[in-house]
Design a protein around this ligand. Structure first.
Ligand SMILES: C[S@@+](CC[C@H](N)C(=O)[O-])C[C@H]1O[C@@H](n2cnc3c(N)ncnc32)[C@H](O)[C@@H]1O
Length: 265
C-alpha cells in the first residue's frame, strides 16, 4: 500500500516535471533559490525529505520516531516506548533505534530539558545513524555551525561533550562532531538539503508547510515572477524589527536588510 502510494506520487511528480527552481548566487546573501518561471500564489514548488529529524522530546510517545507523523487516537507503541506509525517506519529506524535504546540518555535529557534545547537531539539521532551504519560519517558535516554567537558555540561544545560521554558510557567508541541548524516544527526538528538554500525575508514570498509528516512542502505565498528569489521567513514574523534583528544576528549570524526591516516595520 505504502509502496503503491509512493510510486503514484513519484509518477505524479514526474508528470509535473522538475520543480520550477534553481539555486544561484543571491545578492549579498550567499546562495539562494530562484524561480525559473512565473509561479502563481499557492502553488506547491516542491517537497523535501529530511536528512535527519527527531521528535520533540516531550512528544516521543505521540509522534512517530521515524517520520514525525502524529499518533492518531490509538497508535502502536514499540517495546522501547517510542511510537512508530507503520511497520515501514519501524523497519527503517531499526538500526539507529537499537543504538539509541542501548545508551542511558538521562544526563543528556536533563541537560536539554532544563535549558529547553531541542537541536542536540538531531545531533544525537545523526550520531546514532552513523554508529548503526544508516548514515555515512561525512553527514555530520551538515551540522557544522555557520557564523554563530560565541555563547551559542560554547553551549554547543558543552552539549557535544555530553553526547560523547553518553555514547562512551554505553560502550560506543565512534567519534562524532558538533551540531546545529534546523527548522522548527511543533512535533520535532529536522534538517533538509534543498530547503536549506532558501534565504530569509521578514516579508517572505514562500513558506514551508508540514501536512502529514516530516516531509516539507515549499509553497508560494503570492504570485512570483520568473527570476525572482524565493525567500522564506526563519522566525516569527509577528515580532518587531528590533526583536527580529537580534534573533537573526544571534541565531543565524546575519543582519537582515529586507524591505520590511529597512522600512522599520
Ligand atoms: C539557510 S542558509 C541559506 C543559504 C545560504 N545563503 C547559503 O549560501 O548556503 C542561511 C544563511 O544564509 C544567509 N542569509 C539568509 N538570509 C539572509 C538575508 N536575508 N541576508 C543576509 N544573509 C542571509 C546567512 O548567512 C544565513 O546564516
Amino acid at each position: 500500500m505504502l509502496l503503491r502510494r509512493r510510486l503514484l506520487s513519484t509518477a505524479a511528480a514526474a508528470a509535473r516535471g522538475p520543480p520550477p527552481i534553481r539555486v544561484d548566487l543571491a545578492e549579498s546573501a550567499g546562495r539562494g533559490v530562484f524561480a525559473t518561471r512565473p509561479v502563481p500564489a499557492g502553488e506547491l514548488l516542491h517537497s523535501a525529505q529530511p536528512l535527519v529529524c527527531h521528535p520533540s522530546p516531550s512528544l516521543l510517545h505521540e509522534v512517530c520516531y521515524s517520520c514525525l507523523r502524529r499518533k492518531p487516537g490509538e497508535g502502536r507503541v514499540s517495546s522501547g516506548g517510542y511510537y512508530f506509525c507503520s511497520d515501514a517506519c519501524r523497519e527503517q529506524a531499526k538500526g539507529f533505534h537499537d543504538v539509541d535504546k542501548n545508551a542511558d540518555w538521562s544526563s543528556f535529557d536533563d541537560h536539554c530539558s532544563s535549558r529547553g534545547l531541542k537541536y542536540p537531539y538531531m545531533a544525537k539521532r545523526l550520531a546514532c545513524m552513523v554508529i548503526s551504519g544508516a548514515a555515512n560519517a561525512d553527514c555530520l558535516n551538515i551540522l557544522q555551525p555557520a557564523r554563530l554567537h560565541q555563547g551559542t558555540l560554547i553551549e554547543m561544545e558543552e552539549e557535544f561533550e555530553l553526547l560523547e560521554s553518553t555514547f562512551r558510557k554505553a560502550g560506543f567508541q565512534e567519534e562524532v562532531t558538533s551540531s546545529s541548524v534546523s527548522c522548527d516544527a511543533s512535533v520535532g526538528n529536522a534538517v533538509y538539503m534543498l530547503p536549506s538554500f532558501y534565504n530569509h525575508d521578514c516579508d517572505p514570498n514562500t513558506h514551508i508547510v508540514w501536512l502529514e509528516n516530516v516531509d516539507a512542502k515549499l509553497k508560494a505565498l503570492r504570485d512570483i515572477e520568473e527570476g525572482e528569489e524565493l525567500r522564506i521567513c526563519y522566525i516569527d514574523t509577528s515580532m518587531d524589527v528590533n526583536a527580529r534583528q537580534k534573533i537573526l544576528a544571534d541565531g543565524f549570524g546575519f543582519e537582515c536588510h529586507c524591505l520590511r526591516c529597512l522600512s522599520g516595520d
